[in-house]
Structures are given as C-alpha cells and as structure tokens.
Design a protein around this ligand. Structure first.
Ligand SMILES: [Zn+2]
Length: 250
C-alpha cells in the first residue's frame, strides 16, 4: 500500500527491515527511488503505481547496497540513475548483490539488479537536488525535494538503524560528521524525512533524527559507547561492535 506523505510523494514499506520504496511525481511521470524488497513487494508496488495512472519515467538508487539496487520489469525499461560513484560500484558488486538478494529475499528479479547509469549533469528526470556524501556507502545520495518539504535520506537518519559505517573505507566517523552537516543544511526547511528503513519522520521528529545520529557519531568520536535506544535491538549488536572497532583502531 502506498501512503502519500507530501504532494506527489508516496512511500511503500516492506516488512524486510522496514524498507521504504519511494514514488515521486516529476515533470514527465513517476520516479521510483529504491524500490524493494521481495518479489511480492515489487509486484504490489507495480499495482500501486498502475493505480496512480502515470508512467514510470526513471529509477533512482540512493547507494550501492543490494536492497537499494532492485527493479521489476513491470516498472518498464527506463533509465535507472545514481551518482557516478554509486553507479560505478553497483556495476562492480553486481554478482555479490545478486547473491545477497537471492539469500535474503524471495522472488527478486536478479537479472535486473544494479543496472544503473550516472545521473546527467542537469539531473535528468529526477526532481529535486542530489545531496551526495561519503558516509555508509560510496556515492551515497539523499534527494531533497525542496518545493515539497521532503528529504529522501537513503540509509541515514533512521529510527531503527544506527549509523552503519562503511567497513571497507577508513575515516567513516569524519565522513558521517560531514554527511550529517550536509543533511542538516538540506533539511532546514524539510517537514517530511523518508529514511531507507524505518518510520517516516514528520515535523520536529526530523531534527530529532539528525540529533540521534549525531549523538551516536559524537560518542564514537569521543571513544565512548553511545547510549542509543536503537541499540536495544539485539540484531544490531554485531554492526555496532564493528562500528566501535573501526572508530577505535588498535
Ligand atoms: Zn545501505
């Protein structure tokens, strides 16, 4: 089911890690941002999109992790965009992403994973402004729809996921600090924040999300163990330990 969160912006949440697929009405039609996750989800999203009665003109992937690289033939053979960094990495990790998708979700069209092109300089059919940074994954981008007061955040600013440092790259604490500065600047006049996973934040909750991620990263910077309510989820213990390890190299 699509939930309208702003003028011409809809969200469909999957059960798998509360993943949010976002549908944005642009000038020539609809843009699908990070559609997911399993085959039934992707099909239902296609039904929902059919009901909107507008053509899908493009896709956008916020970053090159498998759950953000998905597509379905029912959305059409249209360009799927990302930042240059994301599109390049997506090409390199395609086989691994296919294996992870096959392991994690049923009915994903594996052959359509990660077929991305770099966004043209004028932004092509993607409405809004791309806010690129180096936290969490190479070529990670948020999409700011300033005219609608919406920020699509990718895997940042979630109420369920802690910041997940890119284990393959050094100095992610610094990358997160810079990214959070950029996102907080972008979110100044934003009333609706859509994270890649978790609940959509509205009103004052938007600033609270920024504060929570900042507090977590600040604690890592100070060499402290963060007091973060998201850590009450057992399944985040592993990723949290790996964050601590990266922040405090011995
Ligand atoms: Zn991710």
């Amino acid at each position: 089911m699509l939930t309208q969160v702003a003028d011409g912006v809809w969200v469909r949440q999957s059960e798998w890690v509360w993943s949010n697929a976002v549908v944005v009405r642009g000038e020539g039609g609809l843009v699908l941002v990070d559609p997911g996750i399993d085959g039934a989800d992707l099909n239902e999203l296609a039904d929902d999109v059919d009901r909107l009665g507008l053509p899908v003109v493009a896709g956008f992937s916020t970053h090159p992790h498998w759950d953000h690289l998905l597509w379905h033939s029912r959305y059409g053979d249209v360009p799927r965009y990302a930042t240059l960094g994301c599109a390049t990495v997506a090409g390199e990790v395609r086989e691994r992403a296919q294996a992870m998708a096959a392991e994690s979700a049923e009915g994903v069209p594996l052959e359509l994973i990660g077929l991305l092109s770099p966004l043209p300089a004028d932004g092509g059919p993607i409405p809004g402004e791309i806010v690129e940074h180096q936290a969490h994954a190479i070529g990670h981008a948020a999409v700011l729809l300033a005219d609608r007061g919406v920020l699509i955040a990718g895997d940042m600013l979630s109420d369920v996921l802690i910041p997940l440092l890119d284990a393959r790259r050094p100095d992610q604490v610094c990358a997160y600090e810079t990214a959070l500065d950029r996102l907080s600047e972008a979110a100044r006049d934003v009333n609706v924040l859509i994270p890649g996973h978790g609940a959509v934040a509205e009103g004052p909750e938007v600033a609270a999300r920024l504060t929570a991620d900042r507090a977590y990263i600040d604690a890592l910077r100070q060499g402290e163990d963060p007091a973060d309510p998201r850590l009450s989820q057992d399944w985040l213990a592993g990723p949290h330990q790996s964050n601590l390890k990266q922040a405090r190299p011995s």
